[in-house]
Design a binder for this molecule. Structure first.
Ligand SMILES: [Zn+2]
Length: 242
């Protein structure tokens, strides 16, 4: 018959591996989330660029209208100037036209600036769209890789769970309850080895009485300091099959 403590050691080994595998799953899923967040941030930046592009275009359009109005005003004034009866009237129109021409030139400069900005923004927009497209390609690849890894991990987890069932079926309810309680309360480690009379979980010395109790192999023994189930660690591998 297998000793209770040997079963517990193997159960502990399996549970530690299961915990690690669950941790791995979380860890690799986190990579996908991070990439997704990156892309979301870039999409927000892109939305800002698109808005700015549209705005430059709209402003250029408004300035074009302003320019047209100014040109109409100049044309009207030119007609009036040519119909001027006196030199004074003529030069008054001429001055007014000169002022409007100056306004026109300012508007034209503004339009040129806005068009330049619009073209720059368009270029930035296209570059950013391309970058995001690329990132989404990477994300897809990463998702596929992560899915495959998770599938692989799940297969391992299923195999360990099956083994775990085999070991728990060898234990009485009371021992299993004690073990489970320790796993929940002691950071997943319920079983601790003793090397040179020291508990390898809390690193406190154990008494000779504890050692004697362990040598007699009568029942499970607990560490007086950390409360974990103890075994004498002779360096044998607990992951060996029973
Ligand atoms: Zn201890």
């Amino acid at each position: 018959m297998t000793e209770k403590i040997e079963v517990l050691r193997r159960l502990q080994s399996i549970d530690t591996k299961l915990r690690r595998l669950e941790g791995d799953k979380l860890y690799i899923s986190h990579d996908v989330e991070k990439k997704r967040d990156d892309i979301k941030r870039k999409r927000d930046v892109l939305a800002g660029i698109v808005a700015e592009t549209k705005n430059s275009q709209k402003n250029a359009g408004l300035k074009e209208l302003e320019l047209k109005t100014k040109e109409q005003e100049i044309n009207k004034l030119s007609v009036q100037m040519n119909q001027a009866k006196t030199n004074k009237e003529f030069s008054a129109f001429k001055t007014e036209i000169g002022g409007k021409e100056a306004d026109k030139s300012v508007i034209e400069d503004a339009i040129l600036g806005l068009i330049t900005k619009y073209e720059e923004m368009q270029q930035r927009q296209r570059a950013f769209e391309k970058e995001i497209e690329q990132e989404e390609g990477f994300l897809k690849e990463l998702q596929k890789k992560v899915e495959d890894s998770i599938k692989e991990i799940d297969t391992k987890i299923a195999a360990f769970r099956e083994k775990r069932n085999k070991y728990t079926s060898l234990l009485d309810d009371n021992t299993l309850q004690q073990y489970s309680r320790l796993v929940s309360n002691k950071d997943g480690i319920a079983v601790a080895g003793i090397i040179n009379k020291v508990c390898q979980s809390c690193f406190m010395s154990v008494t000779s009485q504890t050692i004697n109790q362990l040598m007699s192999k009568k029942d499970i023994t607990f560490c007086h300091s950390c409360g974990r189930i103890l075994y004498l660690d002779d360096g044998s591998d607990e992951s060996e099959e029973l």
